[in-house]
Design a protein around this ligand. Structure first.
Ligand SMILES: NC(=O)c1ccc[n+]([C@@H]2O[C@H](COP(=O)([O-])OP(=O)(O)OC[C@H]3O[C@@H](n4cnc5c(N)ncnc54)[C@H](O)[C@@H]3O)[C@@H](O)[C@H]2O)c1
Length: 421
């Protein structure tokens, strides 16, 4: 019942399915059951509406036995050594396996390396159910049906309706493929069956690696353009008028979110098993990971022009979320930038309308409260890391001594106080 699972549950509920949301997080289960929501863009009304159609949440896996379809949308992070951490997937499959039975459809939606469904999920289902249940492959074979179908959500993107995003499905066997296509076809206008789970797993990774590599390209070109005195955003705006062969990607302070900074490494890890180095992924990772350090350099240079050092400066970071208008800070470059500024001796505050407080996570330990967006003249620099649309950029520039803009949020505002980077 996370960012992927909860919206999907609500979509199916709206179509008249009796949906049960399984989660090990007791607080999520109780919030949902009391008609509340913990994701900003999902309103409590949406949950209450779904409850009227029978939606409820539980942590009791025995209820899996009553389900016709089980969709798994659990996290697939990296370990501290940048290797796939499949523990949530394996934990979930081990928990559901004893309750599975003939004829059910199980779909993995978590992003992962090609081979996971066949090499990890299927064996765990077959070994873990305790009553000899097999994964059905042929049309005359009894068993549980298994498929992989990647999630393609783009949080905060209001331009494409969810049901207009085609759904790729790769199944173990033709019956599973037909079942999954019929099931998802109730929501998505187009389903795209492919020949195997591995093809579907690889499709998702290709999509995300494509983004990761192209973002790295513009991040590198941005740094060159700054040296050459060229505005990269003006260049991209001109290039995107080309009606073919070019898609615009935008530079920024570094990658964030659960997908783009993480997923490519699932593939580079798997590639090693085939004695293969995914050099594009590694290079893109190197460029993108260096971006928060580039922002630090730009803050240093900006302060330097005002005859100040980072050490002892008061700095306000605008935006914690990894991208505009969302309440998700996973892997957000803001977190790294705040830590880097603090390490250099800055006194850092932040403002983000989506986060009243930030504590600690797997890779950060900040323990800060949101500072009010006022009296900006007190800060030696204001660093725009996330370009939330609620910020009044003209007023921010007006009140600040120095603005470091990593997102082109101040486009059209002419002021010597702005450093665009
Ligand atoms: N968030 C996105 O925009 C997005 C987009 C595309 C793909 N994905 C992929 O979808 C998957 C899920 O991502 P997310 O953003 O929804 O993650 P999330 O962390 O928001 O949600 C995962 C949920 O799974 C629950 N969970 C963990 N172990 C469980 C278990 N054993 N049983 C039941 N619940 C369990 C967690 O408590 C959490 O609520 C990941 O593989 C991610 O890469 C995410």
């Amino acid at each position: 019942m996370g960012y992927v699972g909860l919206p999907l549950a609500l979509l199916f509920s709206r179509e008249g399915f009796q949906v049960t949301g399984f989660d090990i997080a007791a607080d999520k289960v109780s919030t949902l059951n009391s008609g509340g929501s913990y994701i900003v863009r999902i309103l409590p009304e949406h949950i209450k509406q779904a409850q009227k159609s029978g939606f409820r949440a539980t942590s009791d896996y025995s209820e899996i036995a009553r389900m016709d379809t089980v969709i798994i949308c659990v996290p697939t992070p990296l370990t501290e050594y940048h290797e796939p951490d499949l523990s949530y997937v394996t934990g979930t499959v081990e928990s559901i396996a004893p309750w599975l039975h003939d004829g059910q459809l199980v779909v993995l939606e978590s992003t992962t390396y090609p081979g996971t469904t066949e090499e990890v999920v299927v064996p765990l289902i077959e070994a873990g159910n305790g009553h000899g249940l097999k994964v059905a492959r042929a049309s005359n074979q009894a068993g549980v049906h298994v498929a992989f179908s990647p999630e393609r959500e783009d949080p905060g993107n209001e331009t494409v309706a969810r049901h207009d995003i085609p759904k790729v499905i790769g199944a173990c066997g033709s019956v599973a493929s037909e079942l999954a296509a019929a099931y998802y076809g109730t929501i998505f206008r187009r389903v795209v069956p492919v020949s195997s789970p591995s093809v579907a797993e690889m499709t998702k990774l290709l999509e995300n690696i494509y983004r990761c590599v192209n973002i790295a390209l513009v991040n590198e070109l941005k740094q060159l353009c700054i040296r050459m005195g060229i505005d990269i955003h003006e260049v991209i705006d001109a290039a995107k008028t080309k009606p073919f062969g070019f898609q615009a990607f935008y530079p920024g302070p570094g990658l964030g979110g659960h997908c783009i900074p993480i997923d490519p490494f699932y593939l580079s890890w798997k590639a090693k098993q085939f004695d293969f180095r995914t050099r594009f992924i590694e290079l893109a990772g190197e460029v993108n990971t260096a971006m928060p350090y580039f922002v630090l350099e730009q803050v240093t240079a900006g302060l330097n022009s005002n005859r100040k050092s980072i050490n002892g400066s008061k700095i306000l970071v605008l935006g914690l979320a990894y991208k505009r208008d969302i309440d998700d800070l996973r892997e957000s470059p803001s977190l790294t930038i705040i830590e880097l500024l603090r390490e250099k001796g800055a006194e850092v505050s932040y403002n983000d309308p989506f986060f009243k407080r930030v504590g600690h996570g797997r890779h950060y330990d900040l323990n800060m409260d949101c500072a009010p967006l006022e009296n900006l003249g007190q800060y030696d620099a204001v660093v725009i890391v996330t370009d939330h649309s609620s910020f009044d950029y003209a007023a921010i520039v007006d009140q600040s001594q120095l603005v470091i803009d990593t997102r082109n949020a101040t486009k059209g505002i002419d002021s010597p106080k702005i450093v665009r980077c």
